[in-house]
Design a protein around this ligand. Structure first.
Ligand SMILES: *[C@@H]1O[C@H](CO)[C@@H](O)[C@H](O)[C@H]1NC(C)=O
Ligand SMILES: *[C@@H]1O[C@H](CO)[C@@H](O)[C@H](O)[C@H]1NC(C)=O
Ligand SMILES: *[C@@H]1O[C@H](CO)[C@@H](O)[C@H](O)[C@H]1NC(C)=O
Ligand SMILES: *[C@@H]1O[C@H](CO)[C@@H](O)[C@H](O)[C@H]1NC(C)=O
Ligand SMILES: *[C@@H]1O[C@H](CO)[C@@H](O)[C@H](O)[C@H]1NC(C)=O
Ligand SMILES: *[C@@H]1O[C@H](CO)[C@@H](O)[C@H](O)[C@H]1NC(C)=O
Length: 407
């Protein structure tokens, strides 16, 4: 399965460069419309154009009186012609309730005029947090001031034209369920309002848009007796199906709380050990995930988790209760009695002293060894030459002792 996927991946490699082909087209029709947008007695007009309002039930009589929001003050640039009211270059101040009356001040008709613009081409982007479903998100590119709806659909090899499922609770997105990872989807997101419609076409290939959710359950812990280590573990995001053949790889970033620059390591495991942490300093750690074969993009970073590497408990003041969890079979440098508060540079100094003491001991041993060998050679030589002289060894031994003591 993985092998066949690899083959497919490489054959599609050339396609990866043209990640998304965006085709745009606009279909806009403008005119005063009174289409059914759920509002009774409402008429829609385009801002900046001339709008003609008709007085229903006026039978050709020019003796019609118009009122705007119940007042005889009509918007600027308006004129009445044969019972019709004409608004020249209507702007937003012309939005309101228009009513017309006959000569006996009887209401003939009224309507509410809304003004705005036809839709612009919506901007659309698509993403997938796994290899099963993907979603497209859109935003309007133009403030239209009018009620708006979206029609979302797609086409691919298998489906002529199918709706991209919309959730009424999330009006700016739609989802394609159980998508085919290897086929190309032609998305059509159409923005529609009473003055017209405008659509955006988008070619989507799932493996180029997949972006996992951030890894979860991030845990960072000190490693006992290692003041420069932090043990980090995490888990797959719940949205990434574990039974899938598509595995994730991970990226770990960490820094001290004080320093701005991150160190980053990559791993395929669900855990890692940071070995170059700063001792005694709090660190910030985050992880992100990506498809194992580099499809799509890296996830966002997970939530931050903070932790401090292990600190020798004996270096803390003994009364502190916080050191309880750090206590254990003390060995090595931690056995050095210390009553002052812990200082990382202090610890470094101690390590340096210990190291130099070790070197010193080595030198002494080496010198002693050389002397012993020299003596042994001489003894053998003399033993051969003067086998009678047996006091020599004890004499030399007596002489050698103070020398090693001086060293
Ligand atoms: C329409 O016009 C006729 C005569 O021209 C008049 O009798 C009638 O009352 C008018 N109707 C309205 C609704 O004004
Ligand atoms: C007319 O009425 C509408 C709706 O009540 C209101 O939004 C608009 O501002 C009013 N216009 C004027 C010029 O008073
Ligand atoms: C508009 O004004 C008329 C007359 O005053 C009134 O009957 C009607 O309810 C108003 N319409 C709206 C939508 O405010
Ligand atoms: C894909 O969408 C369907 C329907 O909403 C859902 O049941 C399923 O769990 C989704 N798959 C993943 C991996 O989230
Ligand atoms: C996009 O969808 C809209 C609304 O369904 C439709 O009118 C338009 O023709 C479609 N465009 C293409 C290129 O399929
Ligand atoms: C982590 O990955 C490495 C290879 O990158 C592997 O050798 C090692 O066993 C893995 N460790 C765990 C705990 O899975």
């Amino acid at each position: 399965m993985t092998a066949s996927r690899l083959l497919k991946m490489s054959s599609l490699g050339s396609c990866l460069s043209r990640v998304m082909v965006i085709l745009t087209a606009a279909l806009v029709s403008t005119s005063v419309s009174s289409s059914r947008w759920g509002e009774e007695g409402v008429e829609y007009g385009q801002l900046g154009t001339s709008i003609t309002l008709q007085c229903d039930r006026a039978n050709g009589s020019s003796l019609v009186e118009w009122r705007f929001n119940g007042s005889a003050d009509l918007p600027q640039g308006s004129s009445s012609q044969l019972g019709n009211l004409i608004l020249l270059r209507a702007d937003l101040s012309a939005v309101g309730n228009y009513s017309c009356y006959d000569e006996r001040r009887r209401l003939l008709s009224s309507r509410f005029l809304r003004l705005g613009y036809p839709p612009g081409v919506p901007s659309v982007s698509c993403s997938a947090s796994d290899f099963e479903n993907f979603s497209c998100y859109w935003t309007s590119s133009l403030e239209t001031f009018l009620p708006t709806r979206y029609i979302a659909s797609y086409r691919n090899k298998k489906n002529p034209t199918s709706p991209c499922l919309q959730d009424p609770a999330r009006p700016n997105m739609c989802s394609v369920i159980k998508a085919d990872v290897w086929s190309s989807y032609r998305m059509n997101i159409t923005e529609e309002n009473p003055l017209g419609s405008s659509f955006q076409l988008l070619n989507v290939m799932m493996h180029t848009i997949v972006k996992p959710d951030p890894p979860e359950a991030l845990v960072v812990q000190p490693v006992p007796f290692f003041p420069r280590r932090l043990q980090v573990s995490w888990d797959y995001p719940v949205t990434w199906p574990k039974e899938s053949h598509f595995q994730l790889k991970f990226r770990l970033q960490y820094r001290t709380v004080l320093h701005g620059s991150w160190s980053v390591v990559e791993t395929v495991n669900l855990s890692d050990v940071i070995t170059d942490a700063y001792s005694g300093t709090e660190h910030v750690v985050q992880v992100s995930a990506r498809d194992f074969l580099d499809a799509g993009s890296w996830s966002d970073w997970s939530v931050e988790v903070r932790a401090t590497p292990w600190i020798s408990s004996t270096m803390e003041t003994s009364e502190e209760t916080t050191t309880v969890e750090l206590e254990g079979p003390d060995e090595g440098p931690s056995t050095v009695p210390h009553t002052e508060p812990f200082d990382p540079s202090d610890a470094l100094e101690k390590v340096a002293i210990l190291a130099s003491m070790g070197t010193f001991a080595c030198v002494i041993l080496l010198v002693a060894l050389i002397i012993t060998i020299l003596i042994w050679i001489r003894v053998r030589k003399k033993g051969k030459d003067q086998t009678k002289n047996r006091d020599f060894i004890s004499v030399v031994h007596m002489k050698a002792l103070p020398r090693t003591q001086i060293l």
